[in-house]
Design a protein around this ligand. Structure first.
Ligand code: X2X
Length: 348
């Protein structure tokens, strides 16, 4: 072989070898962003933020860094206004998120399903909802609303806390000022219970609790401890288990479509894996024989009251009109299926 044909041959060889890499790298350069912004309300000190962090790490490892996600806690991409999160994901202001159905309910009314008081009842009931047909339908509704859902996570059962007194009956709530999340069903629920609710973001809730502008709030126990709500005069906790707050791992549709099918599979599977781990973290100390979280809260000088079923019934009775009103708005069919799924659950 003379020098020219040798050069040609080796050029062809290296071009053939390099071609797939050139194509993928060019595709990445064109379609893949150097960073994908992941929104959450709270950071990695909380199970919720930790669950997002696990997802981010799994995707980075499994894509060898092709998909580089970064956590933006405190819904900072939308200045803390958590009820705008869903619209922002849809519009591409946010690329990806691990979000609460509560915060997305103003845009997707069916998601109020999970805020129907005393629907899920316990962890098995929540699993019966999210892991069954109702969960599938809910994810389809999110998809139809323009965002790609991948997996479930969990914030947790939202318990009642306040600075004034032990709450065992609706009468104990009378006139107390509660911060509630910015989804109108919560306003209706607390009003029906005789309390005085004010809607505000989580960012505004903490200074309002600290100053005494509001006297109480509702959030899962892990939020209570990680945000140190006992330092904001929250001396009474009532475990009433009225709302189980699931999370959903999602991606903006255009971002999703910009990835190769193989990368989409990786991101989806990583969300499923991260979600499972996150749910275990969210339930730690709060399920089965492990009630360590309750002891932890009591050790902070907080009185923790766990309602009996008979006591819960009084609350259920008081909020029945709210339940019925919202069941209609959510869609009676979906609500009936949800009630049936919970009734048929395998109790732990
Ligand atoms: O705002 C809240 O209470 C929180 C942090 O639980 C949610 O985002 C639903």
């Amino acid at each position: 072989m003379d020098r020219r044909s040798l050069l040609k041959a080796s050029a062809a060889g290296s071009a053939a070898l390099a071609a797939p890499f050139v194509v993928t790298r060019a595709a990445h350069a064109q379609n893949y962003k150097s960073e994908y912004r992941v929104s959450t309300v709270v950071g990695p000190a909380f199970p919720w933020g930790k669950g997002a962090e696990i997802w981010i790490d799994l995707v980075r490892q499994r894509t060898q860094g092709r998909i580089n996600m970064k956590l933006y806690p405190n819904v900072s991409l939308i200045n803390g206004d958590q009820t705008r999160e869903f619209s922002a994901i849809r519009q591409g202001v946010i690329d990806m998120a691990v979000g609460s159905t509560i915060n997305w309910s103003p845009q997707v009314k069916e998601l109020n399903l999970f805020s129907l008081p005393f629907l899920a009842q316990d962890h098995a009931g929540l699993d019966a909802l999210t892991q069954g047909e109702v969960g599938k339908r809910t994810l389809q509704i999110i998809e139809k609303a323009g965002v790609v859902p991948l997996a479930w996570g969990e914030n947790g059962f939202r318990e009642l806390t306040n600075s004034k007194r032990e709450i065992r009956t609706p009468a104990d709530m009378k006139g107390l000022k509660f911060r509630v999340v910015g989804s109108p069903i919560f306003n209706d629920t607390f009003t029906a219970l005789g309390a005085n609710p004010t809607q505000m973001s989580w960012a505004d809730a903490q200074p309002a609790l600290a100053s005494g502008a509001v006297e109480g709030q509702e959030n899962p126990m892990h939020i209570f401890t990680a945000a140190k709500l006992h330092t904001m005069s929250q001396k009474f906790v009532t475990r009433w288990g009225y709302v189980a707050d699931p999370l959903v791992y999602v991606v903006n549709r255009d971002i999703w479509n910009s990835w190769s099918p193989a990368d989409r599979d990786i991101v989806r599977q990583a969300a499923v894996d991260a979600g499972k781990q996150e749910i275990a973290i969210a339930r730690k100390g709060l399920s089965g024989n492990d009630l360590g979280m309750i002891k932890e809260v009591e050790a902070l000088g907080v009185k923790v009251t766990t309602l009996t079923d008979a006591e819960k019934d009084q609350f259920k009775k008081a909020i029945k009109p709210v339940y019925d009103k919202w069941a209609k708005q959510i869609g009676s069919d979906l609500v009936k299926r949800a009630e049936a799924a919970v009734a048929a659950r395998k109790k732990a």
